[in-house]
Design a protein around this ligand. Structure first.
Ligand code: TPP
Ligand code: MG
Length: 283
């Protein structure tokens, strides 16, 4: 990625952070921490990596993104709207009854959403199904699943992990938003996950660490995952890959960074003013 492109995408991430704070402040609800944590991940995927067409959200052979940590829906919606999946005008209806934009992603309501999520732990199993389905259809597409690090405390994540490895689902790319914080505290306080890299490797995955707030480094990691999947894209000789993204929950707003209380909390007027001052106003 050129430096120019990187700057452009990082600026877009600042815009998304600004829009997120405006939106969550205006509706007085929603999840800022986990949304700010995966801003660069979603931006890199939708604006640099994935083969998707907003005009044809169901296009055959497209790449799929499953936001398994569904509470980060506000950032997903901002990215989808910017990409053109629906009108930006819809954003103001976030979390309203009967709105297209529910508090957690809903596949039946929002163009571009591939799976309804919210109950944690389910996305990797469904993503595995999508990846295997694409393989059966002879499509050379990739399925990306963004998980939270608290989320991987769910046992069913590991059932999916061992199945993906057994079925050599090397077009399945898990992305772990590894911010060290969950809802009620840090992972260390609630349920330490130990050596996360070693765990995924023990389950037969190829693990690729990256800086989850650097769009260029995220793209580099995805490229490595694709290379590991085999150049011809047909034989699927390799392993599924996990991108271990080092992130900060609440990234970009000092008083939210690393603090679990900002997992899901309304932003008051004073906090809003401070957050906006820190973000510098990119719209
Ligand atoms: C099965 C399930 N249990 C509990 C919850 C409530 N919950 C929502 S988010 C969350 C914490 C998630 O932490 P993490 O996966 O680390 O996400 P992030 O830090 O990226 O926000 C919890 C416990 C849920 N949504 N689903
Ligand atoms: Mg977390």
């Amino acid at each position: 990625m050129t430096n120019e492109r990187k700057e452009e995408l990082q600026l877009q991430c600042s815009r998304f952070r600004n829009q997120l704070i405006d939106l969550l402040h205006s509706i007085q609800t929603g999840h800022p921490g986990g949304s700010l944590s995966c801003t660069e991940l979603l931006t890199a995927l939708y604006f640099e990596i994935m083969n998707v067409d907003p005009e044809h959200p169901d296009m055959e052979g497209r790449d799929h993104l499953v936001l398994s940590k569904g509470h980060a829906a506000p950032m997903l919606y901002l990215v989808l709207a910017e990409k053109g999946f629906f009108q930006k005008e819809e954003l103001k209806n976030l979390r309203h009854i009967d709105s297209m934009l529910q508090g957690h992603p809903c596949v039946h309501k929002t163009p571009g959403v591939e799976l309804s999520t919210g109950p944690l732990g389910l996305g990797l199993s469904a993503g595995l199904g999508m990846a295997l389905s694409a393989r059966i259809k002879g499509q050379d597409s990739y399925t990306y699943v963004i998980m939270g690090d608290g989320e991987i405390q769910e046992g069913c994540v590991w059932e999916a992990a061992m199945s993906a490895s057994k079925f050599k689902a090397d077009h399945l790319i898990g992305i772990l938003d590894n911010n060290g914080v969950q809802l009620d505290g840090t992972l260390e306080e609630i349920m330490p996950m130990g050596d996360i890299r070693a765990k995924w490797e023990a389950f037969g995955w190829n693990v690729i660490p990256c800086n989850g707030h650097d769009v260029a480094d995220i793209c580099r990691a995805v490229k490595e995952a694709k290379a590991a999947a085999g150049a011809d894209g047909k034989n699927h000789p390799g392993k599924p890959s996990l991108i271990l993204a080092a992130t900060v929950k609440g990234k970009g707003i000092s008083f939210m960074e690393g603090r679990n209380i900002w997992h899901g909390k309304a932003i008051n007027d004073e906090e809003y003013a401070r957050a906006k001052a820190e973000l510098g106003g990119a719209q």
